[in-house]
Design a protein around this ligand. Structure first.
Ligand code: PHE
Ligand code: NA
Length: 451
C-alpha cells in the first residue's frame, strides 16, 4: 500500500509547528525565561535550540522520511532488538495524550466562561473549587466533573474527525485552519497586552538579563528541557509526521523552519503574558501576582487580569482561551497520530479502524483526569514523564542512532537533497553534546528524586 503524503511543504511545516506550538509555549516558556535569568535565559535557550532542538529535528525528520513508518517500525527496521524504544515513545505519548486532552478541555470550558467572566473575583477558588472540585488527595477521586467530561469528549471528537479523515485531508487541513487563526489571535491579545499601563514594567521584568544565572547548571538543564518539550522531540511525533513527507524534501530546511517558528512564537507569548502581568502588578501597587506559571497562570492569574482590564475583557478572555484551545488541539492531534500510526503498522490494520479503537480506549482512560483528583494525578504523571520519560527516551534514541547505528547513512540520506551543508555540527551535537546534557539531567533528576 502506498503511504499517504502531505499535500505540500507548507502543509508539513504547519503540522510540525502545530505540534510544537502548544500549551508549553504559552504558559511554560514565559515563566521559564522569567525564573532563569530573564533576557539572559535566551542564551542557554538558543544554545539548546542549536545543539539539541534543530539537530534532533533533523534526525527524527530523516528517520521518518527514510523509513516511512511509525517509530516502532522504524527502530525495528534499523535493528530488530530496538523496537522497544519505539514502543517506549509510544507509551510516553499515550500518557501525555490522556492528560493533555483534559487541559484542552479546561481551555474549551474557559472560552465559555469568558463570555460572562463567570470566574468572578476569586479566580483561584473558582478554578480549584467550583470548576475542578479538587479533592484532598490523588486517592480521593470525588466523582466526575461532568462539565469537564463534556469538554474533554469534545476535544476527543475533534481529534477523531481529523485523524479519521487522514493525513492530508485531516491533519494538514486542520493545521491550515488552526495555525493561522492561532497567530492572528495571539497578535491581537499581544497588542492589547503591550498597550496596557504597566506593560513596559512587565517586559522589563521578563527581559532584564541576570547573567549570574548562566553559571547555574540548573538553568541550562531547564533550557534543554524546554526545548525538548516544546519541539515535541523524543516523543516519536516528528518522526511520524516526517514519514508522510514526499520523496523530495529538504529536511534540514524544514527543521530550521520548525525550530525557529516555534521559538518565535514562544517569545511572542512571553511578551503577551508578561505585559499582562506588568499591568496586574501595577494595579496591585507593585505586587507581582503569586502564580506565574502552569495551569494556575492560565486558569487563575490571567482570568484575574481579564477582570481588571479597562475595556474588552470579554474579547480578550475569549481570544486568550481560544488560543490555548487551538494550540492544544493541534499538539494533541499530533500525539494521537503517533499511536494511530504505530498500531496501524504493527497490527497491519487500516488506519480508520485504529482511529476508532484508539479513540475509544484512550478517551476512556483520559476520564480519570476529569475527576476531582484530576489535577493531583496530572501533576504526578507530568512530573515523571517530563523528568524521566522524555530524558531517558531522548538519551537512548541518541545512543542508538548516534553510536549503534551508523549515523553516516542518515547524513547521506538528507545532505544531498538539502540546500544546507550541516557538516560536523550535526554529528557533534547528536553524538556528544546532547547525550552529555541529557545524561547529566537524568543523573541530577535521580539525585533530586531519591535523596
Ligand atoms: N510541544 C507541545 C507544547 O509545547 C507539547 C507536546 C509535547 C505536544 C509532546 C506533543 C507531545 O505544549
Ligand atoms: Na499545537
Amino acid at each position: 500500500m502506498k503511504r499517504e503524503t502531505w499535500g505540500s511543504r507548507a502543509g508539513f511545516i504547519l503540522a510540525a509547528v502545530g505540534s510544537a506550538i502548544g500549551l508549553g509555549n504559552i504558559w511554560r516558556f514565559p515563566y521559564m525565561a522569567f525564573e532563569n535569568g530573564g533576557g539572559a535565559f535566551l542564551i542557554p535557550y538558543f544554545f539548546a535550540l542549536v545543539t539539541a532542538g534543530i539537530p534532533i529535528l533533523i534526525l527524527e525528520f530523516s528517520l521518518g522520511h527514510k523509513m516511512k513508518g511509525s517509530a516502532p517500525f522504524t527502530f525495528a527496521k534499523l535493528n530488530r532488538k530496538w523496537e522497544w524504544l519505539g514502543w517506549w515513545q509510544v507509551f510516553i505519548s499515550f500518557v501525555i495524550a490522556v492528560y493533555y486532552v483534559v487541559i484542552v478541555g479546561w481551555a474549551i470550558s474557559y472560552v465559555g466562561y469568558s463570555f460572562t467572566l463567570a470566574w468572578g473575583d476569586k479566580t483561584v477558588a473558582f478554578f480549584t473549587g467550583d470548576f475542578l472540585g479538587l479533592t484532598d488527595s490523588p486517592f480521593h477521586l470525588g466523582g466526575f466533573r461532568w462539565g469537564i467530561v463534556a469538554a474533554t469528549l469534545f476535544a476527543w471528537l475533534v481529534s477523531f474527525v481529523v485523524l479519521y479523515a487522514g493525513v492530508k485531508s485531516g491533519i494538514e487541513k486542520a493545521n491550515k485552519i488552526f495555525m493561522p487563526l492561532l497567530i492572528v489571535i495571539l497578535l491581537i491579545v499581544m497588542v492589547r497586552g503591550v498597550t496596557l499601563p504597566g506593560a513596559a514594567d512587565g517586559l522589563e521584568r521578563l527581559f532584564r538579563p541576570d547573567f549570574s544565572k548562566m553559571l547555574s547548571g540548573r538553568v541550562w538543564i531547564a533550557a534543554y528541557g524546554q526545548i525538548f518539550f516544546s519541539l515535541s522531540i523524543a516523543f516519536a511525533i516528528m518522526l511520524t509526521y516526517a514519514s508522510y513527507l514526499p520523496e523530495k524534501s529538504d529536511i534540514v530546511n524544514n527543521a530550521f523552519m520548525t525550530g525557529l517558528l516555534n521559538c518565535g512564537f514562544s517569545i511572542l507569548s512571553g511578551i503577551t503574558v508578561f505585559s499582562i502581568i506588568g499591568f496586574m502588578t501595577q494595579q496591585a501597587g507593585g505586587q507581582l501576582p503569586e502564580k506565574l506559571s502552569g495551569v494556575f497562570l492560565a486558569f487563575a492569574t490571567i482570568p484575574q487580569a481579564i477582570n481588571q482590564l479597562p475595556t474588552m475583557s470579554v474579547l480578550v478572555g475569549v481570544l486568550f482561551f481560544l488560543s490555548l484551545t487551538f494550540a492544544g488541539l493541534s499538539s494533541f492531534i499530533s500525539i494521537n497520530e503517533v499511536l494511530v500510526s504505530s498500531f496501524a503498522d504493527k497490527l497491519n490494520l487500516p488506519r480508520k479502524k485504529v482511529v476508532v479503537g484508539y479513540t475509544l480506549i484512550a478517551g476512556l482512560v483520559s476520564l480519570v483526569f476529569t475527576t476531582g483528583a484530576g489535577l493531583y494525578i496530572l501533576d504526578i504523571v507530568d512530573h515523571w514523564v517530563n523528568n524521566f520519560g522524555v530524558v531517558l527516551s531522548g538519551l537512548t534514541e541518541l545512543i542508538f542512532i548516534g553510536w549503534i547505528c551508523k549515523l553516516i547513512t542518515l547524513r547521506e540520506h538528507f545532505e544531498p537533497v538539502s540546500d544546507f551543508k550541516v557538516g560536523m555540527w550535526w554529528e557533534l551535537t547528536v553524538k556528544f553534546v546532547t547525550p552529555f546534557v541529557l545524561a547529566v539531567t537524568a543523573v541530577q533528576g535521580f539525585i533530586q528524586e531519591f535523596t
